[in-house]
Structures are given as C-alpha cells and as structure tokens.
Design a protein around this ligand. Structure first.
Ligand SMILES: [Zn+2]
Length: 291
C-alpha cells in the first residue's frame, strides 16, 4: 500500500519556450509549451511539496516578464484543487534554487525547507561575483537567496550535505554536484517505506526536462540527450540521467518531471478551470481521487 498520495499540479507555463533550452542541440526547431508544476506528497503524517514555485504576485513578477511565464495561479488556488492549503505544507524539499523552484518560500508559512548546503552557498558565491558574470544569475532571484539564508538563521532552512536517506520517512535525496546548478539534487520516494523498495519514484527537478532526454526520440536505441540549459557539466548530467532511470529500474513512468507536460498522459489527470493539469500519480490508503 502506498504511504504517500502523489499529485503533480501545474501552476503556470511558458507557452513558447525554445526547444533548444529543453533538449541539448535542438536548435532552430521552434518553441513549445513548458509547464511549471508542484509535486505534492501527502501521507498521514506529512504534507510535503517538492519545490515551491514562484510568487508572481510579488517579487517573482520580474522573472515572469523575463521568461514570458503565463497563467500563474497562487498555491492557495492550485492546492485547493486537491483540498490542501499552503498552511498545511510542513516540509518543502528543494531540488535547486532557481526562481521557478524556490521563488515561493514566503507562501508556505508553516513549512521547513531542505536544500543541499552546496546549492545555497554556491549562489551566495555567484552573487558576490563581478557584474560581468551576471548571466549565471539569470534564473536565480537574489531576493530568494537572501530569504533562504534568513530562513536558515531561523532554523527553517535545513542544509543537507550530499546523499542522505530518510530525510523524511521513505524519502532519500541524491546530490548531483556541478550539474543543472552547483548543488542540484534529485529525490527518491520509496512509497512502501521499504529500504529495498519496489514502489519507487524519482523526482528529477531540472536535471531532466523531457522524457526525450532519456532516449533522444528513439527508446529502442536510446541516446541520452542532456537538458538544454545547465550551468555545470553536461557529461555529469548525462551520467545523472542514466542513474535517475536506474533508480526506478528503467521504468520511465516512475520518473516525475516537473516541466514535462506528458506526465498528464501517463497517469489519470484532469484540467482545472484555470487551464492547469492535475496528475494523480498515486493514492495512499483511504484517500479519495481528486481526478
Ligand atoms: Zn525549472
């Protein structure tokens, strides 16, 4: 039986993201929709978000305009679709600190946050660099980094040092240093709570943007194509892509990709009145479907 119900909840999208930013080397082939989504895990003990989105009603607006983000809805409205409030979120595990993953810190007033220590420290270093290096901060809001440090001082931002099992019950994190960002991590959910679980999911953050990153368009003769926008080492990302798929014994539908709209075709899903998809990946015992 599943310990966690798992939903993927779209909260915004970029309607015209360059394909080349998603799949490395796909230049001059146009644009496609890039959804932004939360992943919600709900057990009897915990209500957890994997990444916390952005706050387009406030400081996130600058990034909304920079990247043409559309159709943003607040977490209060998005989570209401599955009967959850932002106040109920007790933990947020952050894959990395980009604006669309860590821009919503202040919207979850009762949450504690977890991030790789190297990710947080790395962004402080980049912020202190000369202005000519500002491209490195292109998807990172300095205000988010400052607020994350403030939360650390208050004991609400927990730094994780590398790979760690059971950061919460049945949830493990794996650091991929110098990849999409300096301290990106992916998150493993063992949904039966067993150490040698055969009910595993892996949440990729932005190490993966598309199922196609795993096979390059031909699953029968896979060629791993790294995502198209990373700040670190592409060879590292290629090997991490392989590792991620091995975490779930090659079962691609157990890979939860926050920017992959095709998740809505893999699992039961519906479209809300705001035009966002809700994907129901798993239901814990006693939970009713939200689809
Ligand atoms: Zn992202």
């Amino acid at each position: 039986m599943s310990d966690y119900s798992i939903w993927i909840l779209e909260f915004a999208c970029v309607p015209d993201a360059a394909t080349s930013s998603l799949i490395f080397g796909r230049h001059n082939v146009g644009v496609e929709k890039l959804p932004y989504a939360y992943t919600l895990l709900k057990s009897r003990e915990h209500t957890i978000l994997l990444d916390c989105g952005l706050n387009a009603a406030s400081h996130g607006l600058e990034f909304v305009e920079r990247y043409n983000v559309s159709n943003w809805a607040s977490p209060r409205d998005v989570l209401a679709e599955v009967g959850v409030t932002p106040e109920e979120i007790d933990y947020v595990i952050l894959s990395h600190a980009h604006f669309d993953h860590m821009g919503g810190l202040e919207l979850f007033p009762n949450a504690k946050f977890m991030i790789q220590s190297s990710e947080l420290a790395g962004w402080v270093e980049v912020m202190a660099m000369d202005r000519k290096f500002r491209w490195l901060m292109g998807a990172t809001d300095p205000g988010d980094i400052i607020y994350a440090v403030q939360l650390a001082r208050e004991g609400r931002m927990i730094g994780i040092d590398g790979d760690q099992d059971n950061v919460l019950p049945g949830i493990d994190v794996r650091l991929v240093r110098d990849s999409h960002t300096v301290g990106s991590q992916y998150i493993i959910i063992r949904n039966d709570g067993q150490a040698a679980s055969d009910d595993r999911y892996v949440y990729t953050g932005d190490l993966i943007y598309r199922f196609e990153n795993f096979h390059g368009g031909d699953p029968s003769d896979p060629k791993i194509l790294p995502n198209g926008l990373s700040f670190g080492n592409y060879t590292t990302i290629i090997f991490a892509t392989d590792r991620i798929l091995k975490e779930v014994a090659g079962d691609m539908k157990r890979v939860l990709i926050p920017h992959e709209g095709a998740m809505a075709e893999v699992y039961p899903s519906r479209t809300t009145g705001r035009g966002h998809y809700i994907v129901e990946v798993a239901l814990a015992e006693g939970e009713a479907t939200r689809i």
